[in-house]
Ligand binder design. Structure first.
Ligand code: F0G
Length: 413
């Protein structure tokens, strides 16, 4: 029997996990606490479910459902999320000065980013709670994911985006799936505040990662990776940090996997931010004594966030995993992105912060050159085609359509 409860991160209050609420009465963030002793055997169940033909069983999220959200099948809005590849690349090892990197590509999810794992959980909850209007603030991936899942569930989606700061690919995808978009004259952090206010006033159901159900879905990035490695934990897991939903979810996934006996050692987390959007890194350098909001700017628009709302959860993740936080410049991000693209793997700029961060942490002797490291690539290469064309324009030569001209041109490339 499931004994899941909402628990406050700040005080001792708990609530029914099916209650419509985003925060504790004391204002603290909430998390889902699972207390089912049968969770120790969940890896065996998850393995068996892989042999099923049902999307509900095979999904990289719902094959772990008892440890995510114990919802009945009829409530689940799933599109076969997860089941993403873990890549190896000799070229990328060399680029980072390392010998043992692997990359789990969450851009292979149905809408092209890791957000689908949290969104299948949040939209299923919206359905369970009978909320007809779902909303989020977004730098473009959450909104794309929400738009798709809301359409599948027959719910109305409203998205709040920072005007002029969302990539064309994500904008097109969000509107294409039928969401109603509002371009806010402000940044992501302003949009986030608006959604919080609307949700607190009961106007919409908020599916940003403040919503604890989103975090539960995103934990499965780690669980699926561990399952694919036969529950052999790596030394490090490296993730980009924006609003810090993933950092929060990864820490919780690791803590639970360890507590429930699925793994015998905890991997260390490394969260990488863009230098122009690095409030978490700044706080880390001051032992997390405070979080100072900043006006964010970076080419990696997905993580252009100056005040991450998941801060308290993310701090706990870094502390509990003996993790680290660092930042990298836009130039380093784009160099790493080119390396990942040229390795035939491809990703969007924010995802490439991971590889740039690993190179930096290896140089600083924080990550050992032979340690077992998994990088999480968060978004698909086609999410941000403009970012590619900004750096690759010279590689496409325009020529006359005749063999002589082309032969000459071929000698030059
Ligand atoms: N990578 C990508 C591709 C993202 O879209 C995001 C966040 C992150 C990393 C950062 O993840 O917030 O969990 O630390 N995108 C959000 C959005 C903000 O609206 O799509 P985080």
């Amino acid at each position: 029997m499931s004994q899941a409860r909402f628990a406050c991160l700040q005080c001792t209050r708990t609530y029914d996990w099916l209650e419509l609420r985003y925060a504790c009465d004391c204002g603290g963030l909430l998390e889902v606490k699972h207390n089912d002793p049968a969770l120790r055997q969940l890896p065996d169940k998850a393995e068996l479910r892989l042999t099923s033909r049902k999307p509900y069983d095979r999904s990289g999220v719902w094959r772990f459902r008892e440890g995510v959200l114990p919802l009945p099948e009829s409530m689940i809005v799933t599109q076969n999320e997860g089941q993403t590849t873990i890549y190896e690349s000799a070229a990328l090892n060399q680029w980072a000065g390392h010998s043992n990197l692997t990359l789990k590509h969450e851009g292979e999810n149905p809408t092209g980013s890791f957000k689908d794992r949290g969104m299948t959980a949040a939209v299923s909850m919206a359905k369970r709670l009978g909320m007809p209007v779902v909303a989020c603030a977004s730098t473009g991936n959450t909104s794309s994911s929400l738009a798709a899942y809301a359409a599948r569930a027959g719910l109305k989606a409203i998205v709040f985006l920072p005007a002029g700061k969302v990539s064309q690919g994500k904008m097109a995808q969000t509107l294409g799936y039928g969401a109603k978009g509002m371009a806010i004259r402000g940044d992501f952090d302003d949009a986030m505040q608006i959604v919080r206010d609307l949700a607190n006033a009961g106007r919409v159901y908020m599916v940003n990662s403040l919503n604890p159900h989103r975090i539960e879905g995103q934990k499965t990035i780690i669980w699926e990776m561990l399952q694919d490695r036969n529950w052999h934990a790596p030394d490090w897991i490296v993730v980009p940090g924006g609003n810090l939903g993933n950092t929060s979810a990864f820490g919780k996934a690791i803590d639970e996997a360890y507590e429930w006996g699925w793994i015998t050692k905890k991997p260390r987390l490394a969260t990488i931010q863009a230098e122009g959007a690095n409030p978490f890194f700044r706080s880390y350098t001051k032992d997390f004594s405070s979080l100072e909001a900043l006006t964010a700017e970076t080419i990696a628009t997905a993580i252009r966030i100056g005040y991450p709302v998941n801060f308290p959860r993310a701090v706990r993740s870094i502390i509990n995993t003996n993790g680290v936080v660092t930042d990298v410049t836009d130039t380093e991000i784009m160099a790493a992105k080119t390396a990942i693209d040229h390795a035939g793997i491809g990703c969007e700029p924010a995802s490439a912060a991971t590889l740039a961060g690993v190179r930096k942490l290896v140089k600083k002797n924080i990550i050992g050159p032979e340690e077992d490291v998994v990088l999480v690539l968060t978004g698909h290469m086609l999410k941000d085609p403009d970012a590619i064309l900004k750096v690759q324009t010279l590689d496409c030569t325009e020529v006359d359509a005749n063999v002589d001209a082309i032969t000459k041109a071929l000698d030059r490339v």
